[in-house]
Design a protein around this ligand. Sequence first.
Ligand code: SAH
Ligand code: SF4
Ligand code: F3S
Length: 437
Amino acid sequence: MSAPRKLFIKSFGCQMNVYDSERMSEALAAAGYVAAEGADDADMILLNTCHIREKATEKIYSELGRFRPLKDARPDLKIGVTGCVAQAEGAEIFARQPMVDLVVGPQSYHRLPELERKIQTGERALDTDFPREDKFDHLPKRSQAARGPTAFLTVQEGCDKFCAFCVVPYTRGAEFSRPAGRVMAEARELVARGVREITLLGQNVNAYHGHEGGLAGLIRELAGIDELARIRFTTSHPSDMSDSLIAAFGEVAKLMPYLHLPVQSGSDTVLKAMNRRHTAEQYKRVVERIRAARPDILISGDFIVGFPGETEAHFEDTLALVEEVEYGQAYSFKYSPRAGTPAAELKGVDDAVKDERLQRLQAILNRQQRTAQESMVGRTVNVLFERPGRLTGQVVGKSEYLHAVHVDDGQAGVGEIRSVQINASGSNSLSGEVLQG
Ligand code: SAH
Ligand code: SF4
Ligand code: F3S
């Protein structure tokens, strides 16, 4: 028998790509591939790409350029582009980078083994269909091998919201929820392999409707799996925070007190132009209700500065909203025009203005983030330990609020959940002592 071929997948963009990369490697394992150590010893390299901002897309082309010498040295090496750039640019990728063998969009991964056979004959393969069948039903059953204590599980894909700036409805297609029975079966398999925390994923995960009780119903059912200790979900849209989901934060002990709830802007004029379907006031009321259900919850957000038409006064409304909400964590971006989206047609804000606004916003968000992290010093948190720390002699995990927490080796093992007394806050993580007992 010939040696197995080796596969190297590099994932960019959001957590859904991380999950998809795992499923792709499982699909190709069925075709005889094993994991490569890195790009250098791979027989096939897949870049699972992100198209959300121009920079993300350009990164893929520079990354491809770096593989050129590898391909020159070993013409048998196969190179593929998967994910959202593949969907958006399709055959254009072959034109810009002729060494690419394979281009596959996010809804066609189950066809990878068949496409792989095609490229082995020396042909190119392109598949950017949105097939009627559900890719998850056609992917092989997940591997039984033991794995780390945390896992992502995609329950919902695509988006019907069409925010004026966003490519996701075009790259991932229409909103689709996986049936709860399938999600529950996959969750049980993950737990049997050692997983103790599951993060449910969807571009609009709180619009999930594969369970009669919606996302809240699914979470309550998942909480019934004994060995599953923690449940999280991301990303949520403010207009889809139902009463039952808000109530779950107060009622389901396994649902962790952390919520990523992007708002993008604090100005109603900008929110309307963005087609966000809610006002700043409605957003703040939703946050208030969530905090009433779970007072210690840590709220995280996404912001875009310099959307077309954003004035200094509009931007100050965003700063005011941030001051009022108090974020524990946040991501902020300069608006990036994306071909094919409605906002790309509008006259943009000057780049220097965008830079200046981003700096001012990030100064406040960073301060809030630091305050939230430092407020943990002196408190006892529960930590699920995930892996050895970067510094030897340490083990690192996440608190219920998603802060990274380090303790000295020997105090806790990977996969354990322990109470930790926090005694210091560093630049990006906390450290403390495991409480015995
Ligand atoms: N589905 C999620 C997030 C999608 S993309 C949601 O609705 O919130 C992740 C983040 O990227 C967005 O929240 C937004 O802040 C940012 N983003 C999306 N398109 C962008 C663009 N064209 N320019 C800059 N940032 C963008
Ligand atoms: Fe993009 Fe808006 Fe959909 Fe989020 S809700 S994925 S920002 S279109
Ligand atoms: Fe990027 Fe696609 Fe995710 S564009 S953010 S990888 S859905």
